[in-house]
Ligand binder design. Structure first.
Ligand SMILES: Cc1cc2nc3c(=O)[nH]c(=O)nc-3n(C[C@H](O)[C@H](O)[C@H](O)COP(=O)(O)OP(=O)(O)OC[C@H]3O[C@@H](n4cnc5c(N)ncnc54)[C@H](O)[C@@H]3O)c2cc1C
Length: 472
């Protein structure tokens, strides 16, 4: 079965069909978004506001809203403006404004501050971030002497192992958000305005016979969804979704998506806390705690009652596709794949690296409620990848991905910039260059002097190196 998406509103199909808000005559091109995580949801939200007929927009995800397998969906994500690069600091302030002030998002945001402990050799990371604040003309950070850490915040950090750390700073503006709630809310706003939300697995991208454009996608339930423009916002599945198309187009290894984005996995650990412990941590004003490059721990809420740790030692899952292409991809497509069968060696690493060392009072002698390997698409420079698919003259295929473990906070504003790319407009030289398809691909990493960054999340090993048989 094949159908044009939404209000039959293809520029080549019948026009003027009504959206959910009544009859609207519109020549707006139909848009099909694959993936309802951060980039897809944000784009749907902004299209819903820009389009006169939002029913011409369809967003597909394999899971219902909020899609649990997405990196965009979790009990919490950090919202910070602490960046070394002005581009992302500016962008983060723009997003922070929405998190803090907008009626749509402020209920999901908790401005608890963060303490950032630095374990880089020369404190280059915290220095670069704090210099960036000074250069902007407003510095919200303050030094926290390491010797004060165990006693500040009513002693909740007592026993934390600080031997690898050189210094620490506190920024009261940073906080965390309920990422499942906010993602769902943004989707509800988009669908409320008429955007179509479809829950199904996209199995194939359909090329036109002359290979000059894509017509749409095939889905697991045997349907075809067609549109004038197709945006791939499939996060860590972006490379695996585009790989068969790249086979058909005979795209060389160095020009493939895999050379722009790698799927990386990171282990998150969720400890149960009692209502009394939640109260104690709230009373102590527990901030987000960044444990240098090793990991982090986020405060619980009375709703989730979970203390969430992250162990930053990331990894890839290398697979060979049926056609022989070597790519990285998450293990499986379901949330269950992310929580089950986690290798014991990964758990032991997390135990030794973070769980026994950071706020140990809350982990000692306790068992986690659950573990999750969460995946994201990482670009060589940690920049987004928001661009037209550049190869073989395919005219209407676009990519918005490359979250690189830091992009959830841009839920409010990322889509605004994706829209410009969909409309063939520039986002300005700096953003266009940063978010473009990288000519040197993954090699750019070796050629670009790396900015100091938060977390050592660059993948240095593969799942098979930690004792697991890798699979798609
Ligand atoms: C462990 C971890 C911690 C993080 N912490 C933070 C943080 O504290 N702060 C922050 O700002 N950012 C954080 N991030 C980064 C942020 O979550 C991601 O950068 C962001 O969510 C990426 O958005 P995305 O849209 O590219 O992908 P996702 O959010 O993963 O969404 C992709 C969606 O595409 C769907 N999909 C894929 N393929 C198909 C298909 N074939 N058919 C149908 N649907 C499909 C998936 O189901 C999924 O819903 C973290 C990331 C990780 C992994």
């Amino acid at each position: 079965m094949s159908h044009w998406i939404s209000g039959y509103g293809s520029s080549s199909g019948p026009e003027g069909k009504s959206g959910s808000k009544g009859k609207v005559n519109s020549n707006e091109p139909t848009v099909l978004i694959i993936g309802a995580g951060t980039f897809g949801t944000s784009t749907a939200y902004h299209l819903a506001h820009q389009y006169r007929d939002p029913s011409k927009v369809t967003i597909v995800d394999r899971a219902d809203s909020p899609p649990k397998p997405a990196a965009a969906v979790d009990i919490n994500r950090v919202v910070r403006t602490d960046y070394a690069k002005p581009l992302y600091s500016n962008l983060a302030y723009e997003a922070w404004h929405a998190w803090y002030w907008s009626g749509e998002l402020q209920q999901y945001f908790h401005k608890v501050g963060w303490i950032m402990m630095d374990d880089t050799d020369d404190s280059s990371l915290s220095n670069a971030i704090r210099r960036q604040f000074v250069d902007r003309g407003y510095d919200p950070t303050e030094d926290i002497p390491l010797e004060d850490i165990e006693t500040k915040w009513d002693g909740i950090m007592k026993g934390t192992d600080l031997q690898d750390f050189k210094n620490a700073y506190f920024n009261e503006e940073t906080g965390w958000c309920d990422a499942a709630g906010a993602t769902h809310r943004f989707m509800q706003i988009a669908t409320g305005k008429g955007v179509n939300r479809v829950s199904t697995d996209v199995t194939e991208i359909i090329l036109s016979d002359d290979q000059s454009s894509v017509l749409g996608v095939k889905t697991a339930d045997g349907k075809e969804l067609k549109a004038d423009k197709v945006l791939i916002a499939a996060g860590s599945w972006t490379s695996s979704l585009l790989s068969p198309l790249e086979d058909t187009l005979s795209i060389s290894v160095e020009d493939r998506t895999e050379n722009q984005l790698r799927a990386i996995g990171v282990l998150q650990i969720y400890y149960p806390v009692s209502s009394q412990e939640v109260q104690r941590l709230e009373k102590a004003k527990m901030p987000v705690v960044i444990y240098g490059q090793k990991g982090e721990v986020l405060p619980p809420s009375s709703k989730n009652k979970l203390l969430k740790y992250t162990h930053n030692q990331s990894f890839t899952n290398s697979v060979t596709t049926q056609s022989g292409a070597k790519i990285t991809a998450p293990v499986g497509t379901a949330y269950k794949n992310q929580t089950d069968d986690i290798p014991d060696s990964l758990k032991s690493e997390a135990e030794a690296g973070v769980l026994s060392r950071l706020l140990p009072e809350f982990t000692k002698g306790k068992k986690p409620d659950h573990w999750r390997v969460c995946y994201d698409a990482r670009s060589p420079t940690e920049d987004f990848l928001i661009c037209k698919y550049p190869h073989k003259g395919v005219s209407n295929l676009f990519v918005a991905s490359g979250g690189s473990s830091h992009s959830y906070k841009f839920l409010p504003n990322a889509g605004k910039y994706v829209l410009n790319v969909l409309n063939g407009k520039s986002n300005g030289k700096e953003k266009d260059e940063a978010w473009a398809w990288k000519e040197q691909g993954w090699d750019a990493r070796d050629r670009t002097p790396e900015q100091p960054k938060l977390g050592a999340w660059a993948p240095k090993r593969d799942l098979k190196d930690v004792g697991t048989k890798s699979k798609l």
